[in-house]
Design a protein around this ligand. Structure first.
Ligand code: ADP
Ligand code: MG
Length: 789
């Protein structure tokens, strides 16, 4: 951080033979100026008008040569520009007070040359003194007249007339004027030529364009860029020196000026007061917003006013009494500027090209270092270069195999490879995510949970309930496998979220009452069979297991001869208990037979288990008796005194027999206990089979019942599992109206669903079958309700 610096303010008094000695006095140190106004007697006796002012400045230049002015005002600013500090020198004052003389000087007389040529000279001299740096110098010359921008160097043959008007552009590097020509100058002479070119244009323009040159602001800018000549130094510095010759500050337009003069006056007054506002705002450290954009002058100078610049304000004044009022005004401006502080800082930049070169050099060095380390560690040929497509593909396949479990671990080679492994993990994961989603999309219509319009539309259509669940799929842990009591209606589900056990016990309590089927064979209620645990995954797994375990129970083919022989459909369906008896004799006979068989096996095993338990209890009792007898014998022996022979205890025959018996009993106990354990496992298994069969029996019954008494026969063929329509996919109400084309579409859809890998065929088949079944049953229910209405 640099230190804060005040804006340096100087006053230059234009030499005159008629200097107002009584009114203008300088301090002894030449750093203050006192103004004394004679009392205006015309204002009467009571006159509170202020008559004395004192201004503190950084220097008063009276009768100073151009040389001294440059030394005092500009030399340091220019010198610091070569070190990277921006600098701005402005001349302020009323017309004719010597601003242009100070800034440019006379072009005819070398001695009277002003700050501009001297600054250029100093820059080139300093460049010569710094052979360690490659320093480039560029210049531009801008004129602002009535808020329009003019390029005073545009007349140079290689510039050409600009088509579009110049604009002020801001970017992170700072402010620049788009369209303003900037000229590279390699020597003093070229620079001077440019300066003169500009000056000439300024004068010509004042004639041809009827411009009063004292009514315009001129900004001559020297751009410096210094690169170190040593290759390793990628830092470089840039700076700008703005030399500003401001328009005359006298208050114009007071005395009835009109037309062009009025316009000029307005613009000058505005831009100078905006300049003051901006500079004052800069001096107020609490101000965050500085109004730079109010006029072209402050906007163009945005990064050259205050901020990180060295700033100098030179106020040109007349020494004559006649001009005292304007002089006073100019001095007031100067004293306000003096309060402003800036914080000069070096403009350091980085040469990207050099930086890359340096980094490349360092990289090569580090690679050599790595190679040495590898050879010391006996590692051969580790490649540290970026990976090519083939290597990345190899890592991708490693990651896939790792995720599948066919690869135990991925060897670590180097950092680059580790990073690529992580990368590929991300790639593979996102691919899998997409695959899952598109698989879901192929099968289902996915609705965005936040898309309320879509949700309410499907709710209206009756496809989902208010919670977004599919109709007919109860929430919680249970699901209905088509044996929903007839009173149930879609969308009117019980809101209570009971646990599985609670549902089980409550439905058991209602046994018989709500169940239309209560045959003696079925010792568990119908409603109880509805409550099958149903995590989605569980469904599929359960179904595949069931399918395998009850593989002997094949569903009867739909074109079974029995069906064809079926008697004509009655007008009113028979009560379910009656129909169930029929079903067991007819299409359900095979399932019923297996169900009965399994049940009898289960009962037999249960009986055996009970017998074994009884035996175990008997053995246990006998063991207890024997233990007691043995203890009695032992205590008897202890009372009578023990016999001992060569360290061996001697016991009588009775006790010996008891010990043998106990040993035998223990063995029996163990055997029986093992048997019981085996039996219990078997019972559990059988129980499972019986449950499966019962479930199957009821499900098949329901299908049969619906087919026999509700669904139109021609629709049944298409609706069957394996048929062309998957009912869950369309609203029930529309099934009836499905045409041939729609059916074709559905069969095409099914073909799209073909599983990808051979290993997954079974899995998908099972899943598809299960889904078909669910959908079929759901449709049945829907049709039942439609029928009821
Ligand atoms: P401004 O640019 O402020 O309107 P100029 O620089 O054009 O004023 O000065 C007006 C005239 O006074 C010019 O002819 C100029 O040569 C002369 N002049 C101004 N200051 C000095 C000075 N310090 N010494 C000699 N002549 C001067
Ligand atoms: Mg001038």
């Amino acid at each position: 951080m640099g230190t804060r610096k005040k804006v340096h303010t100087f006053v230059r008094v234009k030499p005159t033979d008629d200097f107002a000695h009584e009114m203008i006095k300088y301090g002894d140190d030449n750093k203050s100026i006192d103004i004394h106004l004679k009392k205006d007697t015309r204002r009467g006796v009571v006159n509170n008008q202020q008559t004395d002012w004192s201004f503190k400045l950084d220097g008063v230049l009276h009768n100073a040569s151009q040389d001294l002015v440059y030394e005092t005002v500009a030399k340091d600013v220019v010198a610091q520009a070569l070190d990277g500090y921006n600098g701005t020198i402005m001349c302020y004052g009323q017309t004719g007070a010597g601003k242009t003389y100070t800034m440019t000087g006379t072009t005819e007389n070398y001695k009277h040359r002003g700050i501009l040529p001297r600054a250029l000279q100093q820059v080139f001299r300093m460049i010569e003194e710094r052979p360690t740096h490659a320093i480039t110098v560029r210049v531009s010359y801008l004129e602002i007249y009535n808020e329009s921008l003019f390029d005073l160097l545009s007349t140079l043959p290689y510039v050409g007339p600009s088509v579009t008007p110049m604009t002020i552009v801001e970017n992170p590097q700072g402010v620049f004027i788009k369209g303003l020509s900037v000229h590279l100058t390699s020597q003093e002479e070229d620079a001077f030529s440019l300066l003169f070119e500009g000056e000439t244009n300024r004068i010509i323009a004042s004639h041809t364009m009827n411009k009063n040159s004292s009514r315009s602001h001129c900004i001559f800018t020297i751009y410096v860029e210094a690169h170190s000549r040593t290759l390793s130094d990628e830092k470089y510095i840039t700076s700008k020196i703005n030399l500003v010759d401001l328009a005359g500050s006298e208050r114009l337009g007071k005395s009835g000026s009109e037309g062009r003069v009025l316009k000029e006056a307005t613009y000058i007054n505005k831009s100078l007061s905006f300049l003051e506002q901006a500079i004052v705002a800069l001096g107020d450290q609490k101000r965050e917003h500085i109004p730079f954009r109010q006029c072209k002058l402050t906007h163009a100078l945005k990064d050259s006013l205050g901020g990180n610049c060295n700033m100098v304000l030179l106020t040109n004044i007349y020494g004559e009494a006649a001009q005292l009022e304007e002089t006073l005004s100019s001095l007031r401006f100067a004293s306000r500027m003096k309060l402003v502080t800036t914080e000069p800082a070096i403009n350091e930049k980085y040469d990207a090209e050099r930086m890359v070169k340096n980094l490349e050099k360092e990289l090569a060095l580090l690679k050599q270092e790595l190679a040495i380390h590898d050879s010391l560690a006996n590692r051969t040929l580790v490649n540290y270069d970026p990976m090519d497509e083939i290597q990345i593909a190899e890592i991708n396949s490693q990651v896939r195999r790792y995720l599948e479990g066919t690869l135990d671990e991925i060897d670590i080679i180097n950092l680059r490879q580790i990073q690529e492994v992580f990368n590929q993990f991300r790639v593979v994961l996102s691919q899998q995510e997409q695959e899952v989603e598109s698989a879901l999309r192929r099968k289902y219509t996915l609705i965005d949970k936040n898309d309320f319009a879509a949700i309410s539309a499907v709710q209206k259509a009756g496809l989902v309930d208010v919670d977004g669940h599919l109709v007919g799929e109860p929430d919680g842990q249970g699901f209905g496998l088509g044996v929903t009591p007839f009173s149930a209606k879609p969308g009117k589900k019980s809101k209570s979220k009971k646990t599985f056990k609670e549902q089980l016990s409550s439905s058991a309590r209602k046994e018989g009452a709500s169940s239309p089927v209560s045959g003696k064979e079925l010792d568990v209620s119908t409603s109880k069979t509805q409550l099958t645990p149903s995590s989605k995954e569980g469904d599929v797994k359960d179904m595949t297991i069931r399918e395998r375990e009850t593989s002997s129970i094949e569903p009867l083919p739909s074109d079974s001869p029995k069906e064809e022989l079926r008697p004509p459909r009655p007008s009113t369906p028979p009560p379910k208990p009656v129909a169930f008896e029929d079903f067991k004799n007819e299409r359900g006979s095979e399932i019923n037979r297996i169900f009965k068989e399994n049940k009898s096996i289960l009962n037999e095993r249960r009986k055996r288990a009970s017998e074994t338990t009884q035996r175990i209890n008997a053995i246990k009792r006998e063991m207890d008796v024997t233990k007691e007898a043995l203890n009695f014998q032992k205590s008897l022996r202890e009372k009578q005194g023990e016999y001992e022979n060569k360290g061996l205890m001697i016991i009588d025959e009775e006790e010996f027999l008891l010990i043998l018996k106990l040993k035998d009993l223990k063995k029996q106990y163990r055997t029986e206990y093992q048997d019981l354990r085996d039996l219990r496992a078997e019972i559990q298994y059988c129980q499972h089979l019986v449950d499966q069969c019962r479930h199957r029996l009821l499900t098949e019954f329901d299908i049969w019942y619906n087919e026999s008494f509700f669904i139109p026969e021609d629709l049944q063929v298409a609706l069957k599992p394996g048929g062309s329509i998957r009912p869950g996919m369309v609203p029930v109400s529309r099934i009836m109206s499905l045409g041939e084309d729609a059916q074709d579409k559905f069969s095409q859809l099914q073909q799209v669903l073909l599983p990808e890998g051979p290993d997954s065929v079974a899995f998908y088949n099972a899943k598809v079958k299960t889904e078909q079944k669910h959908n079929y049953l759901k449709t049945m229910m829907g049709l039942q309700q439609a029928h009821r209405k």
